[in-house]
Design a protein around this ligand. Structure first.
Ligand code: OAK
Length: 841
């Protein structure tokens, strides 16, 4: 329902519309007003949480005014928009980001100090918005930041889960999952109870010919669930643009919901209906790189796709354009295959609702969509059972079959003699039951398909999507190497380093053009600069050491080399290789005399990451790390030479503490398995070096920063297949040093031999799929080289500075500009007039 104030009355609006605080006094007025009125608290009961709430509300008010203007500006500009569809947005905290982006962090800091609070304590009150699992979800969040910072007219569309990713606790060395109920107080969302979409499920399809001889298809009956929009403002850095992230929440439809049930005594069943509707957006599925084919997940996907598409089409229709212009106004990016039903839904809207011819509609659809693949792991590729879709979305299944038919006909015409090809590329897999191959559907429904790092984009072209390259030609398949936002991952997470860099470069302009970092390189010989650089790293390590002491009770030496592996726990990411390496190091220490030990370089090995609740092997790896830590950390022979830490509940806000404190971080996936990795970029940008395999974006990082600045090891992706083959058919022997590690584990030194036996068995008995043994020797040798290199601190710091100076390529701004130019064909909006000079903090 749209309404607008008549022109002659708008003067009053303009006169009274709030202008937002810019000074410390104005900020204090706002925060106190919010604490006393919005929160009904006073100076007698204002704790840090209340101070956080008041500050957040003050900044929210500011953002929402810019948000309103941005939306008006984008509507008037009437340009093409990009819609980023992602089931995950791993946003983390919003307050610090909002303060820095509008350039008022110092104002807030001083204002809060006047009122008796330290800004860090206030910021730490915020609960992370954790609507994602790992890489894919955090990438979506970095992209939103870049799209706003570059003034692209962009919307994110996702689900408003009541429970985000679970909170992890470690009990007796085991992972325990605690629900993440995060919506108690969330000042960053606006419920739009007037923006709703009714979404249909189940029912049946009625096909008939009307009086004029036209084929009519209608999807009837079934049940209706209502989607309610919740809008989250996404501020750009140093720009008036505030874009929108729209998250859908499910509730029982008021049209559908049977209120008479309440009166007729069926109270309980009425409540049950309501709860069933609300269940759709209740919880984020906690799997990373794994798909389990559950009906509720399919419901989530359709619910979100249908609501988003309805919203996008509604906005397009207001412009009164012809349907053929839809792709000139709308670009939709599919973040992996999770939103692929949107392809089918748009075809349904155009054909069934709007009466377009099939082929006309399909041309519009394929010009609108594009698809990003984020993994080659077979267990993560989505395949939905045909009977499941038949029951839940009967009309969509028909449309999928029609898309498939016409696709296979074109393939047959072009490759008439290749019968097997048809079976291989069919959107339907002839399994028991039949399944729909969602990645194939996404390819057929898109004009561009991209991988997320060079190696990964090459791999998808030569392996999982090989046949499609033959069919469509190579130009449809492109690479867009991932990136990260330097605002959160440098300026916010590491303010002192950001400040030091700015002092050398003369401004904070590098945060908007990261290639400017290359101007740091001449300073690698500047003694004073290097000293300050090292001091900042040390201070970050002290801060992490304090966090470790507080959360684990273990005291670590901040002068030791901090070796960090934080990411989801997965066999392909090979935390097991790391922990076996730790045990190997422990054995080495134990074998030395106390004199010899004095020559060793002390090290703290830090792990963090969640295991999917049903992923038993990943949970066993967590258990082993914790048990190994217990033994080593309490062994007096070892002392400071080695500490092993598992940090509970790794998430975005913890990453902001951990990453700036790392000396070496581990990106050690089996070559060919990690599509890109993005934390590798974050660590290097924060002045840490990396040990890694030639996998994902490690390869491009190496190319940019130079081989002498990276510790590479292990087999190459092109050799993986042969090695695996040899494990079964060759004469296979476990690496002898690794065997000693296994012997120690099996001796019961770390307890629980039973379950750890399975970890070992995977390598010794079941083919070592992830090549742990093949890479073990090269890994430990490279770790020794790291120890040697770290002893020469001057050389080490040179490597760090040089690397940071060469990291400009990995900003998500570059990445978004590439998508805009090569896939979306969309321009940023000119905001020069609006642009205000904002004080930087
Ligand atoms: C999650 C669920 C299904 C499919 C893929 C993922 C996922 O998180 N993939 C990760 O995406 C990141 C962003 O592109 C990459 O950096 C990671 O390598 C990849 O594992």
């Amino acid at each position: 329902v749209e309404s607008s104030i008549p022109e002659h009355m708008r003067e009053a609006w303009r006169k009274y519309s709030p202008s937002g605080f810019t000074t410390k006094d104005q900020f204090e007025t706002e925060i106190v007003r919010h604490i006393e009125t919005t929160l009904a608290r006073s100076l007698f009961n204002c704790d840090e949480l209340a101070a956080y709430s008041g500050t957040a509300l003050a900044f929210r008010d500011r953002l929402i005014m810019d948000w309103n203007k941005t939306q008006q500006r984008q509507t008037f500009a009437d340009q093409k928009r990009i819609y980023y569809l992602s089931l995950e947005f791993l946003m983390g905290r919003a307050l610090d980001n909002a303060m820095l982006n509008v350039g008022l962090k110092n104002v807030a800091k001083e204002g809060l100090a006047d009122l008796g609070f330290r800004i860090e304590d206030v910021i730490n009150q915020e609960h992370d918005a954790a609507l994602g699992n790992g890489g894919l979800g955090r990438l979506a969040a970095c992209f939103l930041d870049s799209m706003a910072s570059l003034n692209y007219p962009a919307w994110g569309y996702g689900l408003r889960y009541r429970y985000g990713i679970f909170k992890q606790e470690i009990e007796n060395g085991y992972q325990v999952e605690i629900p993440d109920y995060w919506l108690d107080f969330n000042p960053w969302e606006f419920a739009r109870h007037d923006v709703t979409v009714d979404v249909q499920f189940y029912g049946w399809v009625n096909k008939y010919t009307d009086d004029e001889g036209k084929q009519i298809v209608s999807w009837q009956d079934g049940e209706i669930v209502t989607a309610v929009a919740y809008d989250v403002p996404v501020p750009g850095y140093g720009t008036p643009t505030v874009n929108n992230l729209r998250l859908w929440s499910s509730k029982a439809s008021s049209g559908e919901f049977d209120f008479s049930k309440f009166n007729s005594g069926e109270y309980e069943s009425a409540v049950a209906d309501q709860q069933r509707a609300e269940t759709i957006s209740a919880v984020l599925y906690p799997n990373d790189n794994l798909e389990r084919g559950k009906e509720l997940r399919l419901k989530q996907q359709y619910f979100w796709c249908a609501a988003s598409l309805f919203d996008i089409v509604r906005r397009f229709k207001k412009t009164n354009r012809k349907w053929s212009e839809f792709p000139d106004q709308v670009a939709i990016q599919l973040n992996d295959t999770h939103p692929t039903l949107a392809v089918v839904e748009l075809q349904r809207i155009l054909v069934d609702k709007e009466g377009l011819e099939w082929q006309t509609a399909w041309d519009i659809v394929t010009k609108t969509f594009s698809y990003t693949n984020h993994t080659v792991l077979p267990e993560a590729l989505e395949k939905w059972s045909v009977p499941l879709i038949q029951n839940l979305l009967p009309r969509h299944l028909q449309i999928i079959y029609e898309i498939n038919l016409s696709f296979l006909q074109t393939v047959e015409r072009r490759f008439p003699k290749d019968r097997e090809l048809l079976g291989r590329v069919s959107l339907i897999e002839e399994s028991q039951p039949k399944t729909v191959r969602m990645a194939y559907l996404a390819i057929v429904g898109s004009h561009k398909v991209n991988g997320v790092a060079e190696l990964h984009s090459d791999l998808i072209k030569t392996t999982i999507f090989k046949d499609f390259v033959r069919i469509y030609g190579p130009d449809k398949f492109i690479n867009v190497t991932n990136g990260i936002t330097p605002r959160r991952w440098l300026h916010q997470a590491n303010p002192r380093l950001s400040e030091l860099i700015a002092s050398k470069l003369g401004s904070y302009e590098f945060l908007k053009d990261l290639t400017l970092l290359n101007k740091l390189e001449p300073f690698v010989d500047d003694k004073e600069f290097k000293k300050e650089w090292a001091e900042i790293k040390y201070a970050n390590k002290v801060r992490l050491a304090q966090h470790i002491l507080k959360t684990t009770g273990v005291s670590v030496n901040p002068k030791a080399l901090f070796d960090v592996q934080v990411k989801r726990i997965h066999e392909y990411k090979r935390q097991q290789l790391n922990v076996f390496g730790v045990i190997h190091r422990y054995l080495a220490i134990k074998s030395l005399s106390s004199e010899e030990r004095k020559k060793l370089a002390p090290r703290v090995t830090i792990f963090g990451g969640k295991a999917a609740p049903g992923y038993w092997m990943a949970k066993t790896i967590i258990h082993l790390i914790n048990k190994v830590g217990e033994v080593i950390n309490n062994d007096p022979d070892v002392g400071d030479l080695l500490k092993v830490i598992f940090l509970e509940d790794y998430n975005v806000s913890k990453a902001e503490i951990i990453i700036p404190a790392s000396d070496i971080s581990e990106h050690i996936s089996t070559a060919g398995t990690e599509a890109s990795g993005t934390s590798n970029m974050k660590f290097v940008l924060n002045g840490g070096l990396i040990i890694g395999t030639l996998d994902g974006a490690n390869i491009e990082i190496t190319r940019e920063i130079g081989e002498q600045n990276v510790f590479l090891f292990g087999n190459l992706s092109e050799d993986v297949e042969d090695l695996r083959h040899n494990h079964f058919y060759g004469d296979y022997q476990v690496d002898p040093e690794l065997q000693k590690v296994f012997d120690l584990i099996k001796s019961g030194k770390f307890g629980d031999e039973g379950s750890f036996g399975a970890l070992i068995g995977a390598i010794t008995e079941h083919g070592d799929y992830y090549l742990v043994s093949d890479d073990f020797n090269s890994y430990t040798k490279t770790q020794d080289l790291i120890d040697e290199t770290f002893k020469n601190q001057d050389e080490w710091v040179t490597k760090c500075i040089t690397s940071v100076a060469r990291m400009g390529f990995f900003t998500s701004d570059r990445c978004i500009n590439e998508y805009a130019d090569t896939i979306w064909n969309i321009e940023p909006l000119d905001v020069a007039e609006e642009k205000q000079v904002r004080a930087r903090t």
